[in-house]
Ligand binder design. Structure first.
Ligand code: ADP
Length: 260
């Protein structure tokens, strides 16, 4: 008989997850979960074993986007992740709540511990890529996550407005201070495409993406428009079916960089 501890150590040693990529943003609501999910799906479509650790404990949205509403199973010592239709493993605080509308009222240190446990006590088994939907901002919860999970790189997601206010710079500085390579910057909700004529409309004015990326000294990974079709898929729990190719090149580049 194996004791659960050795079971965990056997399955969930650091080496069983090859690359861990955190997705961060200067503040909430910019599409961090959206980008996390998109990168995870793209890597899955390349044939990799992929997991998403939803560390956005107070605003978890990953399970809903993929239509997962079960309560995760487990033993006394191990939690089992759920799996999306595409075969992406997911752990989120929403999978531990009986009622997904229940608010999470824990304070910072507890939140940090929960995320730590998502890393140490979940039976992820072997993964090529784990994407972490990080808590938004640069407060103590994201800091704990930075300290407790061995990240191989981070992706910064920004709205057009955040690029103007340079909020992204804080997220960048945080990663730098923790010595984590910044893989690049994604501008989300960057423009809309007219469904009739196809014209791209920059609602927020000319994009600051390349100038900000240049100023900070990071790569541009891509621009994503406001896409009502994907938003609809997300609302219906069918995010994994998106067809648009916004971050395809970014995922290829990231993969080449990470797996070499
Ligand atoms: P965050 O994780 O930064 O708080 P989310 O990824 O949850 O933000 O995005 C907030 C809301 O905006 C969600 O309902 C999401 O589906 C929607 N959304 C995000 N990005 C886009 C986009 N490019 N097009 C359409 N809807 C989007």
């Amino acid at each position: 008989d194996k004791n659960p501890k050795s079971l965990l150590e056997e399955f969930n040693s650091d080496s069983s997850v090859k690359k861990v990529i955190g997705v961060v943003s200067g503040k909430g609501g910019v599409g961090k979960s959206f980008v996390t999910a998109m990168l995870a799906v793209l890597m899955r479509r390349k044939g990799y074993r992929v997991g998403i650790l939803d560390a956005d404990i107070t605003g978890p949205s990953i399970p809903k986007m993929f239509g997962i509403n079960k309560v995760a199973g487990g033993t006394e010592h191990v939690i089992f992740p759920e799996e999306t239709d595409e075969g992406i493993k997911v752990m989120s605080v929403n999978l531990l709540l009986e009622n997904e509308e229940d608010p999470v009222l824990w304070r910072g240190p507890i939140l940090g511990n929960v995320v730590k446990q998502f890393w140490t006590d979940v039976l992820w088994e072997d993964l090529d890529y784990m994407f972490i939907d990080m808590p938004p901002g640069t407060g103590d919860v994201p800091l704990t996550v930075f300290q407790s999970i061995p990240l191989d790189g981070i992706v910064i997601v920004s709205s057009p407005q955040d690029l103007v206010s340079m909020i992204v710079k804080k997220a960048y500085n945080m990663a730098k201070m923790m010595n984590i390579p910044v893989l690049g910057l994604v501008e989300n909700m960057s423009y809309v495409k007219c469904p009739d004529c196809g014209k791209e409309i920059n609602i927020f004015g000319e994009s600051k993406l390349s100038s900000v990326a240049k100023e900070i000294g990071i790569d541009v990974l891509g621009r994503i428009p406001i896409d009502p079709d994907i938003a609809k898929l997300a609302d219906r729990g069918l995010f994994g079916r998106f067809k648009a190719k916004y971050l395809t090149e970014a995922a290829d580049e990231m993969d080449a960089r990470m797996m070499n």
